[in-house]
Design a protein around this ligand. Sequence first.
Ligand code: PLP
Length: 482
Amino acid sequence: MPKHHPDQNDLYAWDKDLVWHAFTQMAEYDPLLIERGDGVYLFDTEGNRYIDGSASMWCNVHGHRHPRLDAAITNQLAKVAHTTNLGLSNPTTVRLAQRLADFTPIGLEKVFFSSDGSSATEAALKIAFQYWHQSGIEGEALSHRSRQHRTKFVSLGEAYHGDTLGAIGVGGVDRFTSIFSPLTFEAIRVPGPGMTDSLSSTGDGGPRIDPSSRHTTAEATLSELENLFKNKGSEIAALIMEPLVQAAGGILVHPPGFLRAVRELTERFQILLILDEIAVGFGRTGTMFACEQEDVSPDILCLGKGLTAGYLPMAATITTAQIWEQFLGSHQDGRAFYHGHTFGGNPLAAAVALESLAIFEEEGVLEQLPERIQQLQDHVARISQLPHVGDTRQCGLVAGIDLIADKNSRRSYPWESKMGATVCLAARQHGALLRQLGDTVVIMPPLSIRSSELTDLLHAAESAIRETTESTVSLSNGSLLS
Ligand SMILES: *Cc1c(COP(=O)(O)O)cnc(C)c1O
């Protein structure tokens, strides 16, 4: 028994002192300890209740403490918690692979498991690279000029594919990653089809987004991709993108048809398409997978976050048989994928992921979404009328709300004012946990949120935005006075 029973104050102090939080300036960190959850609600150690407005960082799907998900884990726990998938397997993991092959778009059937989204994209990049390296060495030759020279990757504008070195190499949220550029391989970055063009006239995107990229239209992106593929296609292994919505880039919603057009280009030039559905997969955009909306099936699909309904860390990289076959041979050929993670395919995570898929099927999760999506759309339209709200974007059950210093000149808040973070902190007072991306407030609740709960969440966001932005006088020189 420990001699000393920690009280609340100890926990706060230790949290501030010992726990290095992700994406957090620890000198300014103010602890909030979440002790338990129930449905869409989270409760802190003092008993305060909050709506989980960011789905615990975009991964919770069916709510917290869902009885079926909890039971799936305890049932698996009664068998075994973990065994390795290096050269062996487990029935639960095998069943999950089979279900994923079923659920994902046609052609995707070979499932490589890892433990988090960044690992899923790293695996996808390495698989694509090794695929071309081995292609045509034996058997069916894919034009010899492709061999070994396909070492480059293409990514779009404000892409985010994770925080490991390979993933930041293809990422575009420079504010976080530019200091590491000497350590990463350089992807060819093509500006994404920005946003609605409402911000493009003044290019005042603020520090979070390269203003030049906001000007780009889908047509411009597509023609740049086409030129690139024409001139350098034989050097390009794959294009990686988040379909429909670039999430961490600021909830940037692509225009309809864009994904389909990218798919056609990659097919025409024989470039692999890697779709990162780590944020948008599992119902977020209204369909099970975002790419279904444009009838696109990639060569490689990355899943994470919602895969286990947000319960346990697990990710998957799913490929076509065509890719897998390039890795087959005898041991001495050295064609195997020599890559893996200790907890890849973990049976507890697989058990909860399987149960989550069963809930999708049996509880009509997707069927209930349109009503909720409409509600989000209507309320966000109202929020967009607030004097300090600029552009708003939505796709399915995710929305981004841009805070703006001056609506007429479309001037952003100065970066130092941390307006997005301040609004999200204020939302706690109204019973909602929200998370910002720069000055974009993100609304991304669990899919299971009920109508009245979504109303409460949006009211909390609206009140926090009003209070914070309307109590702040913004001076013309850009400094702030509260
Ligand atoms: C979160 C995210 C990742 C990284 O996943 P982690 O589990 O945080 O490593 C990759 N891609 C997208 C689109 C994401 O949203």
